[in-house]
Design a protein around this ligand. Structure first.
Ligand code: SAH
Length: 250
């Protein structure tokens, strides 16, 4: 099959945090046009429903640094379908460039001299902050924002704890539920006060979204109560004006 236009055969795209209305128009178009959609487990049915009737949908595993199909198996599938002339959409949750192993997959395409494009998506931190009515950066409070992972391929992940423990610091911690006690310990060891606000947002943007306002002292308890994907917003509490959204507090 030859393609009439210059659209690359392989598209890496972000599906956003879950809700179909958080998918960009460009990604919705790519979904409608793709022959094959290779998606992560966190990409839900609401988003996959935007795929065209011709599309072959294949789940290739978990997200981030967690277990999934071996990376070589995933890149092997992308390369195999692209070499057959089929348009491939590699769909990741949130933004593909945030804890999505994008670099490993694009490197494989570069080695194989197959062109690709990247379409961004709304990352979980953005959806979670929006749920709190909060700004991720704010003049006079934090001039920087850190995106941190709670664990990586080696286990619990070390970060610049001294920077994160400073007054006013804001970080979005991905994959942090299991590491909650470790994170609490590291931050307190570096002088962060026990009353530092921490808000956990589970299933951001989805109908089952839950906002759990906590503090560094109560972080492990709050994390233990969650079962879905959650982002831990360190240094942020829900804004008073957004309290109407707090019906889902547990
Ligand atoms: N590329 C994704 C992140 C993948 S890592 C992004 O940009 O959002 C997977 C982690 O993302 C989960 O463990 C969780 O911390 C976070 N996550 C993904 N979807 C989420 C959602 N709807 N609500 C809260 N956290 C989410």
């Amino acid at each position: 099959m030859t393609r009439p236009d210059q659209t690359p055969l392989v598209t890496f795209a972000g599906a956003g945090p879950g809700a179909a209305d958080h998918v960009t128009l460009a990604v919705a178009r790519a979904l409608a046009e793709a022959d094959v959609v290779l998606h992560d487990r966190l990409v839900g049915p609401e988003v996959l429903a935007l795929a065209g009737p011709q599309a072959l949908l294949i789940e290739v595993g978990k997200q981030g640094f967690g277990p999934s199909l071996a990376q070589e198996t995933i890149t092997g599938l992308i390369l195999g379908f692209a070499r057959e002339g089929r348009s491939v959409l590699r769909l990741k949750s949130g933004d593909p460039a945030v804890f999505g192993r994008l670099g490993e997959e694009t490197a494989a395409l570069e080695l194989a001299a197959i062109p690709y494009r990247v379409l961004p998506g709304i990352t979980a931190a953005s959806a979670a902050a929006a749920a709190l009515g909060q700004s991720l950066t704010e003049r006079g409070r934090n001039k920087e924002l850190r995106l941190v992972t709670g664990h990586d391929a080696e286990g619990y992940s070390e970060s610049d704890w001294a920077a994160l423990a400073r007054p006013g610091a804001v970080a979005a911690i991905y994959m942090g539920k299991a590491a909650a006690r470790f994170i609490q310990g590291r931050l307190m060891m570096h002088g962060a006060p026990a009353e530092t606000p921490v808000t956990l947002v589970e299933n951001a943007s989805r109908p089952e979204q839950r906002i759990c306002p906590a503090t560094l002292a109560t972080l492990p308890q709050a994390a233990a109560d969650l079962s879905g994907p959650a982002v831990i917003l360190l240094g942020l509490a829900p804004r008073a004006g957004a309290t109407a959204l707090l019906e889902h507090v547990i």
